[in-house]
Design a protein. Structure first.
Length: 175
């Protein structure tokens, strides 16, 4: 009977350490707010500002469901790093530097691009923080303004990001 208790204790310790390792091994992803770039004749209406603000939390939820650990960067740190609209979207090395401050493995920098009243583009750059390099450039088109359509666009974007992260992890393990 004593041998069984030792085995149970050893098994419990193994399972506990394994679960801690799995949590620690989850890639850490930072997602920045999606910047609205509205090119329509009546730009930046409250509904579009709200839609752009809603993309980040939806994307974070989708990535978390795919077992990525979401890390947050303080908005004041983001403001200091960004020299203006679109700056971090265009400067992957600086986005990576920002993400290093929270020990993220990857950072997603996005834009909600609205060239027309009929559709938007959800654009995102995925940056490998360690390398400071772009590893994914995505566009998901959303036709219409209904929230469920935006959600579908975010889900499409998340699927593309997860695929790249998975492929990138495979390449890192098997160079």
């Amino acid at each position: 009977m004593r041998r069984h208790k030792l085995s149970s204790g050893s098994l419990f310790t193994f399972l506990l350490l394994s679960s801690v390792y799995c949590i620690a091994a989850q890639p850490r992803v930072a997602v920045l707010d999606f910047e609205l770039k509205d090119l329509t004749p009546a730009p930046y209406i409250p509904a579009e500002i709200a839609r752009a603000a809603g993309v980040k939390p939806l994307l974070e939820q989708a990535l978390a469901k795919s077992h990525y650990q979401i890390v947050h960067i303080d908005s004041s740190d983001i403001a200091k790093a960004a020299a203006g609209p679109g700056y971090l979207f265009d400067h992957h090395d600086l986005a990576a530097k920002l993400a290093r401050t929270v020990r993220a493995d990857y950072i997603v920098v996005g834009r909600l691009h609205k060239p027309s009243y009929l559709f938007i583009y959800l654009m995102a750059h995925l940056v490998d923080v360690r390398q400071g390099k772009l590893i994914g450039d995505y566009i998901s088109e959303v036709k219409g303004g209904a929230p469920k359509l935006t959600l579908k666009g975010v889900e499409s974007l998340a699927g593309k990001i997860v695929k790249t992260l998975s492929q990138h992890a495979d390449r890192s393990r098997n160079p």
